[in-house]
Design a protein around this ligand. Structure first.
Ligand code: THG
Length: 370
């Protein structure tokens, strides 16, 4: 077990690391300069458990970039091409952050506390540097920081029951991507119905480290009959659900349109956003598609081939036990992929045919039964 990696103030452990270790974490990755568990039992066992029961996830690495002050809403709108003019307190928004060329900087959840206070719950890039640069360059009246807040995920079909046992029946009234401030041992914490799985669940934005450990212990104590277990974002589940990972499936070079995030760009809105003009005129060069191979194969490289020529690159890959298929996301040349229903991938037995699918995967349309 154990992490064969040295932690420090630069590569941070979290308030929950002692609990995560006690639960037998097998692997970590580094995300926002912080430990993020990736496997407890095995990828497949974690997946089965997540889809049937309820898991507690240490997602402290989803750092909050806090933007406070009279120009907070203005700066957040500058950063994203999604129209936030109708945002209200209590709402969360999945937002692409884009630079002046339309390339993506990050894909956080933006949380509105009030007009003068927003949190960006970020994926793995240093959004704070960009935010500070913009604020200084534009002369905005904001204070930007990364407060000590450590999100704890509660995910799985029994998540609502478990969360309500701790935070009370108000939990049932929280709609998807909304939050309430609810008390744990006398301290208010932000409780949102969100999380990086499609099994349903909540995220608790823990704002007190010691209380966070109490919360972890309480969740395991009162959730015993629900078969609560430790968990983490699961590659099988998130790919079956079509959730994208910044840095893998998209990056600075890709626009939201190229990776299928069109619905989070408000092209026609009259908003003051850094990227909106570029996004109105920039041509897409790439397209992120799903790839399906109905048998286990050993991939010799990460490329997508049209006959012998390379037309794209696999950005995420997993074996799905439910669909007995190799599932991939692949970033392909738009002109080469747009008319294709099949492409090739390279295995030790040579080029193999693979199906091209829209994301998120429509398994029924693909003729795959779970
Ligand atoms: N929770 C919190 N912070 C996060 C993540 C999270 N920061 C990093 C990373 N995840 C950000 N990326 C995503 C990607 C997808 C979603 C959330 C965060 C997501 N998408 C839904 C979907 O695609 O169907 C719903 C989006 C919507 O309709 O608004 O949930 O998980 N705190």
């Amino acid at each position: 077990m154990a992490t064969h990696i040295t932690t420090s103030k630069r590569l941070r452990s979290t308030p929950f690391t002692s609990r995560v270790e006690a639960c037998g974490v097998k692997d970590y990755t580094v995300y926002n300069h912080m430990l993020l568990p990736t496997v407890f039992r095995s990828l497949e066992e974690d997946y089965q458990h997540l889809c049937e029961h309820v898991q507690v996830w240490d997602v402290s690495c989803e750092r909050q970039v806090e933007i406070a002050g009279p120009d907070a809403q203005k700066l957040v709108q500058k950063m994203t091409p999604r129209d936030l003019s109708k945002a209200k307190t209590g709402m969360c928004f999945y937002v692409p952050l884009c630079d002046e060329t339309g390339g993506m900087i990050n894909d956080p959840i933006a949380i509105k506390h009030n007009d003068d206070l927003w949190w960006l719950s970020i994926a793995d890039t240093d959004v704070i540097l960009w935010a500070k640069g913009l604020a200084a360059g534009l002369g905005l009246n904001v204070q930007i920081s990364e407060p000590d807040v450590w999100p704890l995920g509660i995910q799985g079909p029994k998540a609502e029951e478990l969360t309500a046992r701790i935070f009370g029946s108000d939990v049932h009234d929280i709609r998807f991507f909304r939050y309430k401030m609810l008390s744990f041992k006398g301290t208010d914490m932000l409780v949102a119905r969100s999380g990086w799985s499609k099994q349903g669940g909540f995220e608790i934005y823990v704002n007190d480290a010691a209380l966070g450990r109490d919360l972890w212990d309480e969740l395991f104590r009162v959730g015993e009959d629900l078969n609560v277990g430790p968990g983490c974002p699961n590659q099988i589940e998130r790919m079956e659900s079509g959730l994208l990972s910044f840095g893998s499936d998209m990056g600075f070079e890709t626009t939201p349109f190229e990776v299928g995030l069109d619905q989070y760009v408000s092209l026609d809105a009259d908003i003051d956003s850094l990227s909106i003009n570029a996004l109105r005129t920039r041509y897409s060069k790439k397209k992120l598609v799903g790839i399906v191979v109905n048998q286990p194969i050993d991939f010799l490289d990460n490329f997508i081939y049209q006959d012998e020529s390379v037309i794209g690159e696999i950005t995420s890959l997993v074996w799905s036990p439910r669909y007995q298929s190799q599932l991939a996301f692949a970033l392909c040349d738009l002109s080469a992929i747009s008319s294709q229903t099949h492409v090739h991938v390279l295995s030790s037995e040579g080029l193999k045919q693979a199906r091209v699918a829209k994301l998120p995967f429509d398994f029924e349309a693909l003729g795959l039964k779970g």
